[in-house]
Design a protein around this ligand. Structure first.
Ligand code: AMP
Ligand code: ZN
Length: 114
């Protein structure tokens, strides 16, 4: 499958990984929107939030626990951070493989910025 994030999962494209388990992986975003910008993805190819099923609950739950762990490791757990999932065209989703952005390390702008 011609999916950038599936290629990162398989090691066919390089990434700066910060967390990996059987079901999920987290790595630095190639373009920083904040001093800390990490992407968390399920290893399974799920195109978007619209496509999640009850079967994916474990992986999605694990993503939340990994976000907390990585936020602590990167020392932004006390200053705070934001989790973003872009879904579809209006949501600004560019890569059609479910992912959550972890943004932090600086005071972030308003959530509804266009
Ligand atoms: P989204 O707009 O939510 O689909 O976000 C996709 C994100 O993937 C963007 O922030 C990109 O900078 C990031 N991205 C694209 N290609 C790569 C890559 N090869 N490695 C790491 N991040 C990437
Ligand atoms: Zn994929």
């Amino acid at each position: 499958m011609d999916c950038i994030f599936c290629k990162i999962v398989k090691g066919e494209l390089p990434s700066k990984k910060v967390f990996e388990s059987e079901q999920i992986v987290a790595f630095h975003d190639i373009q920083h929107d904040a001093p800390v910008h990490i992407l968390f993805i399920p290893k399974k190819h799920i195109p978007s939030m619209n496509d999640i099923t009850a079967e994916d609950a474990d992986a999605i739950s694990e993503i939340h626990l990994a976000i907390k762990k990585v936020a602590k490791e990167l020392d932004i757990h006390e200053s705070g951070y934001r989790i973003v999932n872009n879904c579809g065209n209006d949501g600004g989703q560019l890569i059609p493989h479910l992912h959550y952005h972890l943004l932090g390390g600086d005071k972030l702008g308003p959530l509804n910025a266009k």
